[in-house]
Each structure stands twice: as structure tokens, then as C-alpha cells.
Ligand binder design. Structure first.
Ligand SMILES: CC(C)(COP(=O)(O)OP(=O)(O)OC[C@H]1O[C@@H](n2cnc3c(N)ncnc32)[C@H](O)[C@@H]1OP(=O)(O)O)[C@@H](O)C(=O)NCCC(=O)NCCS
Length: 172
């Protein structure tokens, strides 16, 4: 398995994983499947902002993908914080793919001078909560009933990881 920057040719694999997560879980609060054009626009937007989109691949297919973007829009005061996403194909979970992806994202965020990385995790998504804890993320916030899918309210947990040290200095 290798982890590398996503190419346009990876979009079909990314789409398949993403739509499977949308269809089968509350890991993403989207209800409808997305199109290849939506994923292409997303990839382009990330590239234009200078943010990475990484894929983990074996010889023939995309096993997972990860990225980060602005947290809470582009308000300037949040410029040292990013929000990441990571999804692994259902049949290859618990084999280290997610870990490799997030561990590859972290130096990319540091290179951009970022200070904090945040993941928004559905409160019932124990796999992801345990995964993020294992990777050094701390549970810092719990929002009640902010989402809705599959006929029920969803609580959202924020998990955060320092990319350097608490209190590290940055230009204002
Ligand atoms: C969450 C997710 C990305 C984790 O990826 P993964 O490739 O399965 O995780 P890894 O194999 O790299 O796990 C790394 C470590 O995290 C922990 N971990 C991961 N999944 C876990 C689980 N289901 N239960 C307990 N611990 C878990 C383990 O400590 C694991 O190390 P180990 O296998 O050596 O014990 C994956 O399950 C996934 O894509 N889920 C569906 C979509 C999703 O929830 N995305 C995240 C949205 S916030």
C-alpha cells in the first residue's frame, strides 16, 4: 500500500467509498449520494486552497482517502486550524489504512503552519472515536442533536489534536 496525493483518476474510487459511507452510516451527515462532478469540484477546491487530498492505494484500487480544509469557513482568525476527513473502504478497515492516511496528513498540515487539527465525529461512531483517540486526538466538544439522518437526531463530537505544542507562537 502507498499513500500519495490524489490524482483525477482516483475520483471514481474516492466516490465509491464516500457514497458507501453516506448510504450505510452516520459518519457523514449527507443523505443523498454525491456525483463524480461533486467530488471533482471538491478535489479542485482543495487543491486551489493548497490543501492536500491523499489516497491510500494498492496495485489496483483506492483503499481510502483523507484530506483537510478550513475549519468554520475562511474566517481569518481560524487560519491555524484545519478540519480533516478520513474514510476507508469497508472491506479493508482495521488494517492500518486510516492510520497511514492521518499520519501522512499531519506533516502536511505542519508544513502549512497549522496549529490544530479537528475531526467532527458522529457521537455513535465508536470506530472513529476510538481510532482518533488512538491517534492522539482528544475529545473536546459534544453538540447535541445538531444533525438528522435515518429518522433520528445526531450528536456531533469534536476531537482535536495539536500539530505542535499548546501555546506555540504564530504571527497575528
Ligand atoms: C474510522 C476509520 C477511518 C478508521 O480507519 P481504519 O483503517 O479502519 O483504522 P486503522 O486500522 O488504521 O486503526 C488504527 C487504530 O485505531 C484503533 N481503531 C480503529 N478502528 C477501531 C475500532 N473499530 N475499534 C477499536 N479501535 C479501533 C485501533 O487502535 C487501531 O489500531 P490496531 O488495529 O492496531 O488496534 C474507518 O473505520 C472508516 O473509514 N470508517 C467509516 C467512515 C468513518 O467513520 N470515517 C471517519 C469519519 S469522522
Amino acid at each position: 500500500m502507498i499513500v500519495r496525493d490524489a490524482a483525477d483518476a482516483d475520483l471514481a474510487g474516492i466516490l465509491e467509498i464516500y457514497n458507501d459511507v453516506i448510504r450505510t452510516s452516520t459518519a457523514v451527515y449527507a443523505v443523498e449520494p454525491v456525483s463524480i462532478d461533486e467530488r471533482r469540484a471538491w478535489l479542485l477546491a482543495r487543491r486551489e486552497r493548497g490543501f492536500p487530498v491523499l489516497v491510500a492505494c494498492d496495485a489496483s484500487q483506492v483503499l481510502g482517502f483523507a484530506s483537510f480544509g478550513d475549519w468554520r469557513g475562511t474566517w481569518n482568525g481560524y487560519r491555524y486550524t484545519v478540519e480533516h476527513t478520513v474514510h476507508v473502504r469497508a472491506d479493508v478497515r482495521r488494517r492500518g489504512v486510516g492510520r497511514e492516511l492521518v499520519e501522512a496528513l499531519i506533516p502536511r498540515a505542519r508544513e502549512l503552519g497549522k496549529h490544530v487539527m479537528i475531526g467532527g465525529v458522529d457521537a455513535t461512531n465508536l470506530d472513529s472515536i476510538l481510532f482518533h483517540k488512538r491517534l492522539g486526538f482528544e475529545r473536546v466538544a459534544h453538540f447535541r442533536e445538531v444533525g438528522r439522518k435515518f429518522g433520528r437526531w445526531l450528536d456531533l463530537v469534536f476531537m482535536q489534536r495539536w500539530l505542535d505544542a499548546p501555546g506555540a507562537q504564530r504571527p497575528d
